[in-house]
Every structure is written in C-alpha cells, then in structure tokens.
Design a protein around this ligand. Structure first.
Ligand code: NAI
Ligand code: MG
Length: 501
C-alpha cells in the first residue's frame, strides 16, 4: 500500500524535495541556537522524512525580539491597510503558483489526501489571505460625542506581537486562519507549527519574504510544545496568543498567560460534536453526511461529528445502509486519487485511537465496521463504527480524533436536544431533517459555535468559527477574527468656544 518517503508513492507520484528545514527569524533561515533538531515522519511508513531545527526558549526570545522591533519601529504596522493588503495578495498568488509542491509536502508530512489538500487546504489558505487582504483597508474607529466640552474618537490599533501555536491536522489552513487576520491588522508574529508537521509553515515563511513582507513581521519557530510553545505562551513581550489544539494544552496556555504578562488569549480546542438524524431524513443523504462528519481527514478534525444520533423510526435502516456503504470506503496511500482515508498523523495518535477502540469493546459497544489497524507499516486504521453505545461510555464522551463513529438512538426532539448538549464541548453540531421547525428548534437549542443543517463541514472564510463551553473562545475566520488582533484606544480632546455645545 504505502511506499518509502524518499521514493515515489504507490501511484507513481513524484514526491517533493524538502527545501526548508531551519527556523525563520528576522527574514533569515537559521539553525536552532542549541543545534538541536527534531525528526518529522511520513505517516504512510513511519520513516523519517527529514530533520528540522528544534527551537527552544532562546530561539523564541530571538524571534520575539525581531517581531517586537518590527512592531515598535518597523513599516508593517505603520503602512496603510491598502499597502498591507497588496503584499498579502502577492503572498496568496505565490501560494497558488506552488500549489502542487505545497499540497505534496502537506500530504507527505500529515498523511492528508493529496488531491483534496490541493483543492481544499491550499486553496483555503490563499483564500484566507485574500479575504483579510481585502479587509485590511476597511477598518475604522468611531467618533464619540462626549457630554460637555469634549470630543472623543477611537483608534483601532494592532494588538502587537502575536504568538500563533498551531496543530497538525490542518497545518496550512490553521497557519493562515491565524496569520492572515493578524497580518491585516498590522501585527507582527511568531508562529509555532506542530512538531508533527513543520514543513509547509517553513515554505510559507519563504513565500512571505518573496511577497515582500518585511523581515521580523512573520517568524516561524519549529519545535516542541513543551519547550518552544511554552516559551511563547509565557513570554513577557508577546501581547497575544492564538492557539488551536488540545483542551489540556489550552489550559496550560491560559495559565502561562496569567502568570506572565496577562497577554490576551484565544483558544480553539476540539470537541465531540453530535450529528442528529431525524425520521423524516433522506437516509442515503444522511449516510453520506455521517460519513463526511466522522471520517473526513481520517477523523482528525476538531469539529468531527462522531456522536451520531438516529431517530428510532429509521435507525435500523440507517445502520444497514451505512454498514453497506463503508464497503466502498478505501483506506490507503494519500497520494492515490481513489483513496478516501490516509494514515493517522503519527504513532501517538494511531495508538490513542486504537486504545479508544479497545475501550469501546471492553465497555460493551458492538463493532458494526472496522476496529483494527489495516496495514503492515504506517498508521492506517479501518473506518470504525460502534453500535449499542451508551451516553456515558468513554467513546461517546471523549474526543477520539480518529475514524471512529458512535451510533446511538433517540425517540423525541426533547431527548435529542438533551443528548446533543450532554458534553463538555460545544464546537459544532449537525442536523438532518426536512422539517424546518425541527431544524430551527435544534439550531437554537444546541450550545455550539457552528450548526450545519443537511450538510456537514461546510466552512468559509466569511463564516465565524469557534467554540462554546470547553471548545474554547475567540473566533477564527470572518471579520470576528480580525477583531482579535486589534485593540481600541479612546482619544479625548477639548473643544473651545463651540456654538454647538
Ligand atoms: P497539542 O495540544 O499538544 O498540540 C497542539 C499544539 O500545541 C502543537 O503546536 C504543540 O507543539 C503545542 N503545545 C503542546 N504543548 C504545549 C505547551 N505546553 N505550551 C504551548 N504549546 C504547546 O495536541 P496533540 O498532543 O498533538 O494532540 C492531542 C489531542 O488534542 C488530539 O488527539 C486531539 O484530541 C486534540 N487536538 C485538537 C485539535 C483541534 O483542531 N482543536 C488539533 C490537534 C489536536
Ligand atoms: Mg510528519
């Protein structure tokens, strides 16, 4: 199935040369001060692709110093939004010119389907840059009519030096959903990609320089979370941290911010989203939606809808049809255009998912499909569906972040609402029904940041995206995201001898 990282893949695809493996600080690629490196692996085989500089606290200090200097004295925050937007548009053009190479790097590093990565991830990255490039010159303050002989107005100012700490499941999309609004606002920044998937971020650093983003504005420090990531979160000169990843690390980041300089924090932390299918649904459509909701990107999706509730009238029919449909679901090399599901990102995630499957078996859930690894090498797991799942089982409560669906039954809409909300998370939910009133009632009753009706995982740069409850706070995408990178200053001046007062 899979092949060696350094050769061509199973379907003869020529793999990209790895050009960038060093930290990008102040416009230059450099080794980590310690000389340390980390290995990034090809999840198709588990083999090392290459070694990348492993930045630590000293490297973060240098990157923050460069970003601070670029913020306090550089051109970027001071140029017009229009000029920033033009440079960001050039950056987007360069991404499009390199789409094959970028998609191949991303697939190689993260096990993502090459053909989808091209048209979804890399396209969405360029789109995000263009969206916020267009917003950069449309930011206004307010005028305030103060009581008495004074006039007030507000200035919208970039928040300062931003640390972006991003995960491995959508390395390009995450990079640009955070970097684009921050650039548009006039911030400078340090990005720390996940240690599992550092390759595209370094390529983007190179393209940023080519596009004309001044040195020091966009720095990339590859490295581990507990070293480089923690150094960003606790740095006294970082004004804001924007994070996507696990709930546990989100908590550490808030603690570090509280203990250092009370920097602003926004968190996007996964979920355990419900997909609720009502009796009146078209069952074939519901099966398609459920497959996408749980198995897209091998289940490594923060808004995965892996708690699937089906109303009792169509439950048996749904179970039969989804089991049947999974027979055509192909797991294999992500460079093969016929494959639906590639390998999990690394050994740790692969083992974590298999442990959850074991747990499901032990707790008394029944396997409808899958349940096993499915290759001799690499991190491939069969798409797995459990039936007879109870609400309190671990597989129905925890974010598994793999290709595992829990199928459950419900009777009434009231029961559906209660079950949907029976989670500490609140990132997303899906509803499948032709009845507008059911759809409206459900959308208003579920405490989650995104509700999809008769679809799932439909995202757009113009749709605010973020969580309720323990899925975090602060929106990515849309003009809401731009807000995170601004602060508002009030300016008051006296007015003398005004006839209008
Ligand atoms: P993680 O939260 O450890 O990794 C995300 C990012 O945080 C990476 O860049 C990592 O280097 C960094 N990081 C780790 N420890 C840090 C620290 N102490 N201070 C600052 N930064 C730190 O997630 P991990 O371990 O890779 O995955 C574990 C689980 O987290 C997954 O199985 C999944 O359930 C969840 N997750 C959720 C994501 C989402 O999209 N919301 C993305 C990735 C993981
Ligand atoms: Mg990798």
């Amino acid at each position: 199935m899979a092949s060696n990282s350094n050769g061509s893949s199973a379907n003869g695809f020529k793999l990209p040369e790895i050009k960038f493996t060093k930290l990008f600080i102040n416009g230059r690629f450099s080794d980590a001060i310690s000389g340390n490196t980390l290995e990034t692996r090809d999840p198709r085989t588990g083999n090392v692709i290459t070694s990348v500089a492993a930045g630590d606290k000293e490297d973060v200090n240098l990157a923050v110093k460069a970003a601070r200097e670029a913020f306090d004295h550089g051109k970027w925050p001071r140029m017009s939004g229009y000029e920033r937007g033009r440079i960001m548009t050039r950056f987007a053009d360069l991404i499009e010119q390199n789409v094959d190479e970028l998609a191949a790097l991303e697939s190689l590093d993260a096990g993502k389907l090459f053909f989808l990565t091209k048209i979804v991830d890399i396209k969405a990255s360029a789109d995000a840059l263009r969206y916020f490039a267009g917003a950069a010159d449309k930011v206004h303050g307010e005028t305030v009519k103060i009581a008495g002989e004074f006039q007030g107005y507000t200035l919208r100012e970039p928040i300062g030096v931003v640390g972006h700490i991003i995960p491995w499941n959508f390395p390009s999309i995450m990079f640009f959903s955070k970097v684009s609004p921050a650039l548009a606002a006039g911030c400078t920044m340090v990005v720390k990609p996940a240690e599992q998937t550092p390759l595209t971020a370094l390529f983007y650093a190179h393209l940023a320089k080519q596009a004309g983003i001044p040195d020091g504005v966009l720095n990339v420090v590859t490295g581990f979370g507990s070293t480089a990531g923690a150094a960003i979160a606790s740095h006294m000169d970082v004004d804001k941290v924007s994070f996507t990843g696990s709930t546990a690390v989100g908590r550490l980041i808030m603690e570090a911010a509280a203990r250092s300089n009370l920097k602003a924090v926004s968190l996007e932390l996964g979920g355990k989203s419900p997909l609720i299918i009502f009796d009146d649904a078209d069952v074939d459509m519901a099966v398609d939606i459920a497959r996408t909701a749980t198995f897209f990107n091998k289940g490594e999706v923060c808004m995965a809808g892996s708690r699937v509730y089906v109303q009792e009238g169509i439950y048996d029919q749904f179970v039969k049809k989804i089991a049947e449909s999974m027979k055509n679901w192909k797991v294999g090399d992500p460079f093969d255009p016929h494959v639906h599901q590639g390998p999990q990102v690394d050994k740790k995630q692969y083992e974590k998912v298999l442990e959850y499957i074991e747990h499901g078996n032990r707790e008394g859930a029944t396997l409808l499909t899958g349940g096993k690894p499915c290759s001799e090498q690499g991190y491939y797991i069969e798409p797995t569906i459990f039936v007879d799942v109870k609400e309190d089982m671990l597989i129905a409560q925890d974010e598994i972040f793999g290709p595992v669906m829990s199928l459950m039954k419900f009777k009434t809409i009231e029961e559906a609402i209660e079950k949907a909300n029976n989670t500490k998370y609140g990132l997303a939910a899906g509803i499948v029904s032709k009845d507008l009133n059911i759809a409206n009632r459900m959308s208003r009753s579920i405490r989650a940041g995104t509700i999809w009706i008769n679809c799932y995982l439909v995202l757009d740069t113009d749709c605010p995206f973020g969580g309720y409850k323990m899925s975090g706070f602060g929106k990515d995408n849309s003009m809401h995201a731009l807000e995170k990178y601004f602060q508002t200053k009030t300016v008051v001046t006296p007015i003398y001898n005004s006839p209008w007062l």
